[in-house]
Design a protein around this ligand. Structure first.
Ligand code: GDP
Length: 549
């Protein structure tokens, strides 16, 4: 069976019941966010010029930010430009770009024409998202680093898949739509920082819709257009630089829109600059810093990202969105990074220009204090389950990790060095419903990225409150880590709050539930109490064992 057909089977057979609550929630957020940034972007020059050039004849689909309607193909093109031009639209890691901007303008335009139901739009969006991100898992980051613009080159498949699903195309017709998408995939990074960038997304969205419509009408395409020796994968990535196995490895387990999920942008500039802006803003606000107190700013970015963000002298507003120097200068001088900083001539602002002189951007040094070398053991668990207390008790260092009665306290990944090559890692607590969803998403993306990619990670310590263990999120994490064959040691904390027989009962219940993975040697479980020092030695022995292995 060809790759396009394998994907088509998944696309056309996914039902609403298969979508998790979380996936649906994120889909609704992605929809709102894309419409919001799309309406804002509709006033940008790129969107205005596109509308003037197309001068669309009237049709069924709304042109965002205007009272006009256009044919769905024209609307998809113009709305996708509007959705992406501000660089404010959502992001996701596996794609290496913006998942919604190519998909939703095509999908919503088609939905308006068909008078589709909301739930059908949601299924189509989630499967479109899944298609482009699973392709991303198989081609990135070679694809990204080579210079392709994945939001467009992969986004076209997302748009095609979503539209095929909304049109309820069968497997054969959906295969055809994906094959046609392969012929229309385009977008090169050399045009980032100009209107060429959103043009790619306009094309991807329109082409995805066109592919699905043509397929629906009986147009033909070759089912092996992706893996053919002169097909998408061989031409865009080349032999040995992609993995079909990885593309097909998972589908909705969990949905990519849910995990690692969509990152809703906080600042209207390139994704690769967002974390640096976060840190700069924290510094200036917490330290009450003024630019005249700053001698020099060292910004370290991964070389993959510095490649397109090292722009010390931006030449236009769109160029400034990708300039790490400009956005950090704005964070320093204005204490925020806002849309108005990218309007008109704002990028020439004298104070910002002066501050840019202070910013020195270099690639993250592989000899940095946190290289992915040596051995690490990470601690994870629901907020307030007692992770910080466990870390402190096990290391014997009071106040190493912050103990708090306010859930959701650990917001960053904290590393504690035991010696030169051994570290303990405090991962953000999950399941704290009061943290804003955008923050939760950020933690999840950061944690998933760490767990998936960290070579130094030797094992994971999962903290569960012994009074209510095996909550939904705990189970997900256990499934996930055992799927990856990552060793897991479970601490049933706060055991001192239970009497002896209740402690034994909890231990037995958890062991019974996890019998298979315990027998497979992947998981171990113990009782633990930080204040009463129950199980501290046992936990230390487990950690020492992992470090020895
Ligand atoms: P974290 O948010 O997961 O890091 O949890 P903390 O370690 O900050 O603990 C949350 C709350 O539970 C704090 O009030 C701790 O004092 C308390 N706590 C943590 N571990 C234990 C324990 O083993 N026994 C008891 N009785 N309380 C604990």
């Amino acid at each position: 069976m060809t790759l396009a057909r394998e994907l088509a089977e998944r696309i056309s057979t996914t039902s609403y019941d298969q979508l998790s609550r979380q996936a649906l929630d994120y889909a609704k957020i992605g929809l709102l966010d894309t419409l919001g940034v799309g309406v804002a972007g509709s006033q940008d020059d790129a969107a205005v010029i596109a509308r003037r050039t197309i001068a669309p004849p009237p049709g069924a689909a709304l042109v965002w930010g205007t009272r006009g309607r256009a044919t769905p193909l024209d609307a998809a093109f113009m709305n996708a430009i509007a959705a992406n031009v501000l660089d404010f639209d959502d992001c996701t890691d596996n794609l290496g770009g913006h998942p919604s901007a190519p998909v939703l303008p095509a999908l919503l335009a088609l939905a308006e024409q068909l008078g589709a139901r909301g739930r059908d739009v949601l299924i189509a969006y989630v499967v479109g998202f899944e298609t482009e991100t699973q392709l991303g898992r198989g081609v990135n980051f070679y694809h990204y680093e080579k210079g392709w613009h994945p939001t467009a080159t992969l986004g076209v498949f997302g748009a095609g898949a979503a539209c095929a699903r909304l049109l309820a195309l069968d497997v054969e017709r959906t295969t055809c739509a994906l094959s046609l998408c392969a012929s229309m995939a385009a977008g090169i990074k050399s045009n980032l920082g100009s209107m060429g960038k959103p043009l790619h997304i306009g094309q991807a969205s329109r082409s995805g819709l066109l592919a699905a419509r043509l397929a629906a009408e009986g147009f033909t395409g070759n089912a092996d257009a992706l893996e053919h020796h002169q097909g998408f994968l061989e031409l865009f990535n080349g032999p040995g630089n992609y993995s079909i196995e990885r593309i097909l490895e998972k589908w909705g387990t969990p949905w990519d829109i849910e995990m690692p999920g969509i990152a809703i942008k906080q600042y209207p500039c390139c994704l690769s600059t967002q974390s640096a802006v976060d840190l700069m803003l924290r510094l200036v606000r917490e330290q009450n810093l003024r630019p005249d107190q700053v001698a020099r700013v060292h910004s370290k970015t991964s070389s993959r990202r510095l490649d397109h963000t090292n722009r010390p002298q931006p030449r236009s507003a769109l160029d400034a969105k990708l300039s790490i120097q400009y956005v950090l200068a704005r964070a320093l001088t204005d204490r925020c990074v806002a849309l108005e900083h990218f309007e008109g001539d704002a990028y020439r602002n004298p104070a910002a220009k002066q501050a840019m002189e202070l910013i020195h951007a270099t690639a993250a040094d592989p000899d940095s204090p946190l290289p992915d070398m040596g051995a690490e053991i990470a601690f994870i668990g629901r907020s307030n389950a007692g992770k910080s207390s466990a870390l402190n008790a096990i290391t014997g260092v009071k106040g190493l990790a912050r103990v708090s009665q306010t859930p959701g306290r650990t917001q960053m990944i904290n590393l504690f060095s035991l010696d030169e090559s051994h570290r303990l890692v405090d991962l953000p607590g999950y399941g704290y419903a009061k943290a804003p969803l955008s923050v939760q998403t950020k933690w999840r993306v950061m944690t998933a990225d760490y767990l998936e990619h960290r070579a130094a990670l030797k094992g994971l310590v999962l903290i569960m409150d012994s009074r209510h263990p095996l909550q939904e999120a705990d189970k997900e994490l256990i499934d996930w880590s055992t799927d990856f064959s990552l060793k897991l040691h479970i601490l049933l904390t706060k055991a001192d709050k239970l009497n002896h027989s209740a402690q034994q009962k909890t231990l037995q219940t958890v062991c019974r539930a996890l019998r298979d993975v315990i027998d497979a040697g992947l998981v171990s479980v113990q009782l633990f109490s930080a204040p009463k020092r129950i199980g501290v030695d046992e936990a230390r022995e487990q950690l020492a064992q992992w470090f020895r292995d």
